[in-house]
Design a binder for this molecule. Structure first.
Ligand SMILES: [Fe+2]
Ligand SMILES: [Fe+2]
Length: 312
């Protein structure tokens, strides 16, 4: 019988240890009876790019960062639907094998279920406090069904990218900004604490999946990855249009058509940066991915990303 490799049991065990140590609960540790402070920004300028819209007043820039911060929480709630499903699927390989790896992946999926509940809680809080009319357009189950139809290799590559950029955004940007809503900032502090283990597990599972593939299967998986990135871009285009329309309905009085278009294009560029390009530029992601691909496959992936980068 072909038992899964257990070479990495120590690394899975380390993830279990840290996961137990940092474990938190939504209400008692994160929310603590607080609400979102609408007098402060949610998403920092480096991610939201609101400072590039110099014609907006400071109040309008703050509101636009809050709209983006609300979407940021919803996007994580969305991607965690397919991440959780994929992790539960790959964990089956260990069900009758390495019980340490199984436990690490069970904890991972349990944490993603909790994170989705946290992001639903944030959406409810934002809905109570922000003006009516906000709409998060993509449907988590629909998106997950489409993503999970692609090869595991491609889904795990996308997942690794997402879980790495979550950490980079927190460490390099959110953590450093003293002017953000404290509750919004804490949500991403607690989220980051558990995501650090997820990225390690993603990489282990991605490498394990890669070893199963024939060159022909990997060639098709590269196509799948490019299609997934373009699908993420489709989601980002849809939601940036929604968010621009919501913002303009509330702040657009007196704005010229060119200024409205600038809001739309800045939001699209900000979302492409947040959800695609900031992740693909992480060295660890490139190191892991491009160690698996041929030069021609690497070039195809880089070209697909280059098209988005130029458009942004
Ligand atoms: Fe998460
Ligand atoms: Fe995660």
């Amino acid at each position: 019988m072909n038992m899964p490799a257990t070479l990495n049991t120590d690394r899975y065990a380390k993830c279990i240890d840290v996961s137990k140590r940092v474990r938190w609960e939504i209400e008692q540790d994160v929310i603590r009876g607080r609400t979102l402070d609408l007098g402060k920004k949610f998403l920092p300028d480096g991610l939201s790019k609101v400072h590039e819209l110099a014609f907006l007043t400071p109040d309008q820039q703050r509101f636009l960062s809050q709209v983006q911060g609300r979407t940021y929480a919803n996007i994580f709630g969305l991607v965690e639907r397919f991440i959780c499903a994929k992790v539960m699927e790959v964990s089956q390989d260990y069900a009758l094998g390495d019980q340490v790896a199984l436990e690490a992946l069970v904890r991972f999926s349990d944490e993603e279920l909790k994170h989705q509940a946290l992001f639903r809680r944030m959406e409810a809080l934002a809905g109570e406090q922000m003006p009516a009319g906000y709409r998060f357009a993509p449907q988590p189950d629909e998106v997950a069904r489409a993503v999970l139809g692609k090869s595991s290799w491609a889904v795990l590559a996308l997942t690794l990218c997402i879980e790495l950029f979550t950490q980079v955004h927190y460490r390099e940007s959110i953590h450093k900004d003293p002017a953000l809503s404290e509750l919004w900032k804490d949500v991403f502090l607690f989220h980051w604490k558990e995501e650090s283990q997820h990225a390690i597990l993603d990489e282990l599972e991605f490498v394990r999946e890669n070893a199963k593939l024939t060159p022909e299967e990997r060639e098709r998986a590269v196509d799948d990855l490019i299609e997934l990135v373009l699908a993420v871009d489709g989601i980002v285009q849809m939601q940036s249009r929604e968010d621009a329309a919501y913002f303009i309905r509330h702040c657009g009085q007196g704005m010229s058509p060119e200024q409205c278009r600038a809001v739309e294009s800045t939001l699209l560029a900000a979302y492409r940066w947040q959800y695609i390009l900031s992740g693909t530029q992480i060295k660890r992601f490139a190191d892991v991915l491009f160690a698996m691909t041929t030069p021609a496959q690497t070039e195809r992936i880089v070209n697909a990303l280059g098209t988005l980068s130029e458009a942004a």
